[in-house]
Ligand binder design. Structure first.
Ligand code: HEM
Ligand code: SF4
Length: 538
């Protein structure tokens, strides 16, 4: 076990229980215990305090707590290669009941793992340069990025080297393995905000500034975003960060979180609460105090928001090469399908696969003369479509009661069938993003959806029934979270209710007007009136 750190908050009497657990033994130390002890001696041998620390190994007990685990694997910047994809597929096949989920932060998630399998899985991941370590826990999680980095016609800089530097710096770094809470970083130079800057704890977005007569491309820095029950949009600091300053600035922001973040209540520990209290101005001063002078803001190069979607065949920066954005309904596939993706990446592209925060994937670097054959591949025609139907294509879902201990309702399968139903019932030629979550934690990022569905239970004469609260108008374009309507819809009514609500919008909208813009224009009261009239006639 590594030497124990003497953290300066160690004697604070108001620390929460998890903080005491982390002080007693660093989360990262559990990895060694899993490998040397638990994976040999089995589930019954796991000490309860270590069960909390399993998250630092990227592993979490799944529901029901009967000895099975989920594992999240970091995919830095959302780019992996075909060899890595094959190893992931084999893990799912051998240990994970053939299930692979692409998550809302570009990671890959397995279910059904036993503790006996973990040592072997860690080894298999390491053999191809992957890791599950710190994919969960109070530490820097998967670093989100632009899955098109390096080939994106809408990027001002290739961020792949920066993602790698950040990953190298933070992964297994014991200076930052005991943060007050989870910590999420995103970096992208895509001008359409591909990596959802405003909902990360720390984000870098493209900017430029003329410094001493020279135009420098770099980043603006955002801090304190996050969702969950108390969502916050990140605040932009008045700094300009050169590419070579990214790691230094990330180290500084993370140090502020580590040393000044709140450790009293788990629900009030994310960086967003510190940023809200300090404000952007003080945060900047403290940051500069740590890392030295930084340039002030330059010109913001962000233009709108692509929602994290890349469907279809598109030209790359590199002339004659194309990328293909594919739909993976609610992010779930099986091992064989992932192997197929690896084959497509090798046969048509350069062997790399992108994972998107919309739970989708993309294939990079397809030469023009291979595009037609690629489009005709059966798995592209039938399964990972280039042009999915609107609702299946723009549906996101969290894990829900199938595997999640915190879930109140079932989500993933429900979102999939709901999307199919809506595609059958309503024809719509513009995207309408629906996100479904099973509890207020918002792993499926309900707040940024056009329509956000949040699970709840309602009492009926027939007993407790699963239902959803409806939220409308979320976007990161002119960033705002969706707002709750006064309507709790039971699951049997959900499809017909949404079909009617969306039909009213379709009849009333301006040409091509997206749903969140429509909500913005007509106002929440009008949407509430639509809801009331649907419910009255139901
Ligand atoms: C206290 C417990 C939990 C909280 C507060 C929580 C909250 C969150 C939040 C806020 C996000 C990210 C949304 C964002 O991008 O900001 C997230 C991501 C996610 N969570 Fe949870 N979650 C919890 C437990 C779980 C459990 C038990 C599961 C599944 C078994 C789960 C599955 C996921 C998945 C799949 C993601 C996307 C993650 C990634 O790519 O890194 N979460 N969670
Ligand atoms: S939103 Fe809630 S129900 Fe869904 S995966 Fe996250 S914690 Fe579980």
């Amino acid at each position: 076990m590594a030497e124990r750190k003497q953290w300066k908050w160690a004697d604070d009497p108001s620390l929460n229980k998890m903080e005491l657990t982390k002080l007693e033994k660093d989360g990262l130390d559990v990895i060694e215990t899993i490998v040397n002890t638990y994976s040999k001696e089995g589930f019954q041998s796991i000490e309860s305090s270590d069960m909390d620390r399993f998250k630092w190994a990227g592993v979490y007990q799944q529901r029901p707590k009967d000895g099975h685990f989920m594992m999240r694997v970091r995919i830095p910047g959302g780019i992996l290669n075909s060899e890595q994809a094959r190893v992931l597929a084999k893990i799912a096949e051998d240990y994970g009941r053939d299930l692979v989920d692409v998550t809302t932060r570009q990671a890959v998630q397995f279910h059904w793992l036993t503790v006996e399998s973990l040592a072997d899985i860690f080894e298999r991941l390491a053999s191809v340069g992957l890791s599950s370590f710190e994919a969960c826990g109070d530490c820097p999680r998967t670093i989100m990025g632009n899955p098109l980095a390096g080939i994106d016609p809408h990027e001002v800089l290739d961020t792949r080297p920066l993602v790698n530097q950040l990953e190298k710096f933070f992964l297994l770094n014991r200076e930052f393995s005991n943060l007050p809470r989870k910590y999420k970083i995103s970096i992208s130079a895509n001008i359409h905000n591909a990596a959802h800057a405003q909902i990360n704890d720390l984000a870098f977005t493209p900017a430029k500034k003329t410094i001493e007569g020279e135009e420098v491309i770099g980043f603006h820095v955002w801090v304190g975003g996050g969702l969950s029950a108390k969502p916050h949009l990140a605040k932009k600091l008045d700094v300009f960060c050169r590419p070579e300053e990214v790691v230094k600035v990330a180290e500084g922001v993370t140090t502020l979180f580590r040393d000044f973040g709140y450790r009293q209540k788990r629900t009030h520990a994310r960086l967003k609460f510190l940023v809200a209290d300090w404000g952007a101005e003080k945060f900047k001063e403290e940051l500069i105090h740590l890392v030295g002078e930084l340039e002030t803001q330059g010109e913001d190069l962000l233009k709108g928001w692509n929602g994290g979607y890349f469907y279809g065949i598109h030209e790359q920066q590199q002339k004659g090469l194309y990328y293909a954005g594919l739909s993976v309904p609610v992010g779930r596939m099986n091992a064989g399908e992932l192997v197929e993706l690896a084959r497509l990446a090798d046969e048509y592209g350069d062997g790399t696969i992108g994972t998107c925060n919309t739970q989708n994937v993309l294939i990079r670097n397809i030469p023009q003369d291979r595009v037609a054959a690629f489009q005709a591949e059966p798995i592209i025609v039938n399964r990972f479509k280039l042009k999915p139907n609107t609702f299946v294509g723009y549906a996101v879902s969290c894990t829900g009661t199938e595997y999640c201990n915190l879930a109140i309702v079932e989500t993933k399968e429900r979102m999939r069938s709901l999307a199919l139903y809506l595609d059958d019932t309503v024809t719509l030629d513009t995207p309408l993003r629906i996100h479904m979550i099973g509890c207020p934690n918002s792993c499926g990022q309900r707040q940024i959806a056009d329509i956000g569905l949040q699970g709840a239970l309602v009492k009926t004469p027939a007993g407790m029934v699963e239902a959803f609260d409806i939220h409308v108008g979320g976007t990161l374009e002119e960033a705002q979270f969706n707002r709750k309507l006064n309507a709790r819809i039971t699951v049997d009514m959900l499809g017909p209710f949404l079909a009617q609500l969306i039909t009213l919008y379709k009849e009333d909208r301006l040409d091509g007007e997206q749903y969140w813009r429509y909500v913005e224009r007509v106002g929440l009261e009008k949407i509430q009136a639509q809801v009331d009239s649907i419910l009255q006639t139901a």
